[in-house]
Design a binder for this molecule. Structure first.
Ligand code: AMP
Length: 331
């Protein structure tokens, strides 16, 4: 975000909790011009911080942790102009709302089991508010579910989709009227990644110890889905039309239900062996996987050489100012 904003000529302010993070000094081209130190995430909505940001004429660019730790409710009442549509975040943070949105958009999604008794195949059990896949577990029968659930509540039982994962980085502009046009504005694909998750991504290695018997591995070691990093990838080109259709349907529906998924967003998908994508999650803002492409990606380079998601955000602000449409892209 900082690197792209600086490239586009903006003055940048980094908000940090507690103290200035030293590691930014190691990356001068991505270090904000100034740090604003707050006591806690909640302190960001205090009058002191809000007034300081307003004085500086700032636009806040929210990322995942910002929204998660501040809380969707606090963010909604945050008085500083923020990039994108705040209402999209209430849809991404509530699994039920998000599902209704995806259903209405008519994109393929994993089946949801309403009760553990119905489980009759591989499922992944997710908890509300779980960050980075922490605590999720897999089961194939009601018994396996009850063995692992313990006292925990507020879970979703989702079909475990087997296939290749693609985390698709899109950008929706309500003000740009060239490119891949939607009923309003246009849609761009800026990149894609796959997350590196431990221990699931490396679980097969234990098969060596268990003499190639993966069943034995499954019995003694619980798979986990904790995100630790990201890797770049491209999709088979013939699948690109499907990729764009997914983005298009999700955005067009969002325009109807909450005024549009403005700016960067990510569809988390799994492509099955019949070459169908299922969308299991939406991130309604910039995602960490975009860090892979500070100087462009195999997709964004065909929009503008060296275009990163951070730079695209900065350019959108400039375009909206020029068109006198800033209120369309900030909330
Ligand atoms: P999430 O917190 O929903 O992004 O999920 C964390 C990780 O769990 C994902 O990155 C996937 O590796 C895995 N996962 C989530 N949902 C599914 C699903 N329905 N089928 C297979 N794997 C999934």
């Amino acid at each position: 975000i900082f690197h792209g904003a600086k490239e586009a000529g903006f003055y940048t302010i980094g908000i940090a909790v507690g103290k200035k993070p030293k590691f930014y000094d190691a990356f001068p081209a991505a270090c904000p011009d100034e740090f604003l130190i707050v006591d806690s995430y909640k302190d960001i909505v205090s009058d002191r911080v809000v007034n300081k940001l307003l004085e500086k004429n700032a636009i806040v660019v929210p990322h995942g942790s910002f929204v998660e730790y501040l809380g969707a409710e606090n963010f909604l009442s945050f008085k500083v102009p923020s990039f994108g549509n705040k209402h999209s975040l209430t849809f991404e943070s509530d699994r039920k709302k998000e599902r209704k949105w995806l259903e209405a958009a008519k994109v393929p999604i994993p089946k949801i089991y309403n009760s553990p008794e119905e489980i009759n195949g591989p499922v992944i059990v997710k908890f509300d508010g779980a960050k980075g896949g922490r605590g999720f577990f897999l089961a194939e029968t009601p018994e396996e579910f009850y063995d692992q659930i313990g006292e925990r509540e507020n879970y979703t039982i989702q079909e475990f989709v087997l296939g290749a994962r693609y985390y698709l980085h899109f950008f929706y502009s309500p003000v740009k009227d060239t490119g891949y046009k939607l009923k309003k504005g246009s849609l761009e694909l800026l990149g894609m990644d796959r997350r590196i998750e431990t221990n699931i991504d490396e679980l097969f290695r234990m098969a060596v110890l268990r003499k190639g018997n993966l069943n034995q591995v499954g019995k003694s070691i619980k798979p986990s889905f904790v995100v630790t990093g990201n890797a770049p990838l491209v999709v088979r080109e013939s699948l690109l039309s499907q990729v764009f259709e997914l983005g298009e349907k999700v955005v067009e529906e969002s325009i109807d239900i909450f005024g549009g998924l403005t700016g960067p967003f990510c569809l988390e998908t799994i492509c099955t062996d019949n070459l169908e994508f299922k969308v299991f999650e939406v991130s309604a803002r910039i995602v960490a996987g975009t860090n892979l492409f500070p100087n462009g990606s195999p997709y964004s380079d065909f929009i503008e050489p060296g275009l990163s998601t951070g730079k695209r955000i900065a350019e959108e602000i400039k375009l909206a100012v020029k068109l006198n449409s800033l209120d369309e892209i900030i909330s």
